[in-house]
Write a protein that binds this ligand. Structure first.
Ligand code: DGL
Length: 289
């Protein structure tokens, strides 16, 4: 599998020597907590070190150049924490920054798109909707990756710029969230024969899962965070129980961020800290230049 090429082979060979599976996860904000929660579910013994760039969210409306820059900064920050793997939870970064990240990383990296594409092509669904950020959709990565594996699958993509701010503001139950989801899914159901599967291709969208389920009761909803976590578990196993706490870093530790972390993770078993963007940048220059 192409996405396991970087470093996995050597990691597999040395597996018995690794004492702790410490997974670094990064995202543009709180959305990646949905991926972190799935990793904890499928690999319960893993230790997690998470960084969310809440001071600079959203990334999904920025150019590939800026996403590459932000993503490589967070990757280097995680490497200074001694992680054994990195999961690029952010779909936008997985879409546009993986080649660069794989070039500069010292540890194996998994993005969320490749395992999900494998999952989709193995399932028997033929009409796939992909809802994602504008930068992910503009990259065309989903269509290319699915078509490369199965030309017969129809892929319909739609950019949904406004769902991320709704989730970052903690407004998943607000009527505006319902209105926006309805607006964004309408093109998928209006077309002839519609879609049979919808990929929630942004870390923030699974936080709106109840709204999607209510509006699309007959359509299979795919959460790439879940697929990626299951895939990772199949590669690295269950790990070895760690006594160290999980660590959550955010570049802006607002009350909304604190509440979202509490919603997913036990505060007794984790540290929650703020790290200033400047300090993330300094890490890069101090330790790696
Ligand atoms: N986390 C990003 C992703 O999954 C989206 C949020 C953003 O726009 O920052 O694509």
């Amino acid at each position: 599998m192409q996405y396991l090429d970087y470093g996995w082979r050597s990691y597999d060979m040395n597996f018995s020597k690794i004492e702790e599976v410490c997974i670094g996860i990064f995202d543009s904000g709180v959305g990646g907590l949905t991926v972190a929660a799935q990793i904890k579910k499928f690999i319960p013994n893993s230790r997690i070190i998470y960084i969310g760039d809440s001071a600079r969210v959203p990334w999904g409306v920025r150019s590939p150049r800026v996403v590459n820059e932000f993503a490589s900064q967070l990757l280097k920050f995680l490497e200074t924490k001694g992680v054994s793997h990195i999961v690029v939870a952010c779909h936008t970064a997985s879409a546009v920054a993986l080649p660069l990240l794989r070039r500069i990383a010292k540890v194996p990296i998994t993005g969320v798109i490749e395992p999900t594409v494998d999952f989709i092509v193995k399932s028997h669904n033929g009409r796939i909707g992909v809802l994602a950020t504008p930068t992910t959709i503009a990259s065309g990565v989903w269509e290319k990756a699915i078509k490369r594996k199965n030309k017969k699958i129809k892929v319909l993509s739609k950019a949904a710029a406004l769902l991320v701010p709704i989730v970052e503001a903690g407004l998943e139950d607000h009527k505006v969230a319902h209105l926006l989801v309805k607006e964004y899914i309408t093109p998928f159901i209006r077309i002839r024969r519609g879609i049979d599967t919808l990929v929630l291709a942004c870390t923030h969208y699974p936080l709106l899962l109840p709204v999607f389920r209510k509006m699309l009761p007959d359509i299979k909803l795919v959460n790439p965070g879940e697929v990626t976590a299951e895939h990772l578990a199949s590669v690295i196993g269950n790990g070895i129980k760690s006594n160290s706490k999980d660590e959550f870093y955010f570049t802006d530790l607002s009350e909304t961020v604190k509440n979202q972390v509490k919603r997913f993770f036990d505060s007794e078993a984790s540290y929650l800290k703020e790290v200033k963007v400047d300090d993330v940048l300094n890490v890069r220059w101090m330790k790696f230049n």
